[in-house]
Design a protein around this ligand. Structure first.
Ligand code: ADP
Length: 472
């Protein structure tokens, strides 16, 4: 079943609560009024009974019933107060019974059953009455009195009151429903506005925002939060689009180089040496492409959160010594003086050793790429208060201050041609930065153009794991 809108539900609740309120109020008022009106009628009847008591008191003490009957008939048959009166001796012997009550015996209670004073509302011959039944003592004699009083006024007033209630209650309810509906529509109108805008937000117009509400309430908070979310989605989306565009652009270069090389080689027949050279070019471009694709995949995995690090305690001193040995050969070929300053000691961090090795490899690769022959590269490890500090320092071309802030961006290269000729892709430092950030560390660079560069990584240290501590 289709659920009703919040506006309609609010209105229905409002009407239901209002109707309940009306019902309780109306019923209470009706019963209070009825009790007050009957009290007034009863007061009149009680006064008449008081008069009757005085009358009986004034009779002779030992007057026989016949005399009392005579006196009562004389006094009451012409009086209004006797119109609905019946008086008996408590033996059940009647002293007076009005003609009306004789005609409507059914309203009378058998004398033996009259005890304490009791009141009853009864309708007799189409007329409403209040009846009082009670015992009364006068001149040491006990009488039973049954006295009726017309209650037309009270009942009419009550009827009128009830009609007004029944007439105005639905009207009020109708007004309440209208007001309730209007109020809920007014309160929820901004939601419609939000829905309409939200409906048209898509990939093509991610920059559109929901209307800014100034209601200072939950709806304003909702629209502000949704706008912030859109902001984040938009920038993530832009990053992805930019990344895709850059990646395609980067991939196009080696592919078109391979193609040109192959086309040129096929244009006419050549000697084996020439074919070999062409194939050599094709191979090196293919290798570059493979590296680029691997790096792109790595970043894509990092972005999607699928790159999972295997966090374990890592003995940095050991790891760096291993890396140093690995690069020793390269430094000899490149004629670069390569040194390591790894203080003897135990520097442990929590991390993924393969990933951390990758960061240092990227930095060393860059250092060797951008340092000319006869320059120097140094790998160092030290500790400060809480961190392990790895530095890779070179005496190469350096990085201008302006470029330092950009080199960690994807695809950024200070000198594109130089980077390319060295097999660079512009992605190494972005990958390094992502890995370091995942280890809750920082990576920074200090450098001056043509004066070499120093990359510094700080990673939070841990105490040496028990199995690795040396016995003292
Ligand atoms: P690439 O594959 O081009 O080396 P990176 O992301 O590793 O990409 O580096 C980005 C850019 O930063 C490089 O193209 C280079 O211009 C500059 N760079 C990185 N390391 C050094 C360094 N040690 N000395 C001078 N320039 C560097």
């Amino acid at each position: 079943m289709k659920r009703l809108s919040i506006g309609v539900r609010l209105m229905l609740w409002y009407v239901a609560v209002f109707a309940l309120g009306e019902l309780v109020f109306g019923a209470t008022m009706f019963f209070v009024l009825r009790s007050n009106l009957y009290d007034l009628v009863d007061d009149g009847a009680e006064n008449q009974i008081e008069d009757l008591k005085n009358f009986l008191q004034a009779q002779k003490k030992d007057a026989p019933p016949a005399e009392l009957r005579y006196e009562m008939t004389r006094a009451y048959s012409m009086e209004h107060s006797g119109d609905f009166l019946a008086v008996y001796l408590d033996t059940g012997e009647p002293l007076y019974k009005s003609a009306f009550l004789q005609a409507h015996e059914s309203v009378l209670v058998p004398v033996g059953r009259v005890n304490r004073r009791s009141y009853r509302s009864r309708r007799v011959g189409n007329q409403p009455f209040r009846f009082i039944y009670q015992k009364l003592t006068a001149n040491d004699r006990v009488y039973v009195v049954e006295m009726g009083v017309p209650a037309d006024d009270a009942v009419d007033t009550l009827h009128e009151f009830r009609s007004y209630l029944l007439m105005f209650a639905p009207l009020l309810l109708l007004v309440a429903a209208g007001v309730g509906y209007w109020m809920s529509r007014k309160a929820l109108a901004p939601v419609d506005q939000l829905v309409q805008t939200a409906r048209v937000v898509g990939g093509a117009n991610l920059s559109s925002r929901l209307p800014k509400l100034n209601t200072g309430d939950e709806l304003q908070r909702l629209s502000d939060t949704l706008n912030e979310m859109l902001e984040r989605i938009e920038s993530a989306f832009l990053r992805v689009t930019e990344f895709t565009a850059d990646a395609s652009h980067e991939l196009r270069t080696p592919v078109s180089l391979i193609r040109t090389e192959a086309e040129l080689a096929l244009r006419r027949s050549r000697g084996e040496a020439e074919y070999r050279e062409s194939l050599q070019h094709v191979l090196s471009e293919a290798e570059r492409t493979t590296k680029l694709i691997e790096q792109l995949l790595e970043l894509a995995r990092a972005d999607s959160g699928r790159e999972i690090l295997e966090i374990k305690p890592v003995h940095l001193d050991e790891a760096l010594r291993g890396i140093f040995q690995g690069w020793k050969q390269v430094s000899t070929v490149r004629e670069i003086q390569f040194t390591a300053d790894i203080r003897a000691g135990s520097t442990f961090i929590m991390g993924d050793e393969t990933m951390l090795r990758r960061v240092v490899d990227i930095l060393l690769d860059n250092a060797f790429k951008y340092t000319p022959s006869h320059g120097s590269v140094q790998l160092a490890l030290e500790q400060n208060a809480q961190n392990a500090v790895i530095t890779v320092q070179d005496s190469g071309v350096g990085i201008s201050e302006e470029d330092q802030s950009k080199i960690f961006e994807r695809f950024y290269r200070v000198d594109k041609a130089r980077s390319r000729s060295q097999g660079g892709t512009g992605l190494g430092l972005s990958i390094a930065q992502w890995i370091v950030t995942q280890h809750r560390g920082t990576i920074t660079v200090t450098s001056r153009a043509s004066e070499g560069a120093t990359f510094r990584i700080e990673l939070p240290m841990i105490a040496a794991p028990v199995e690795n501590t040396q016995p003292v």
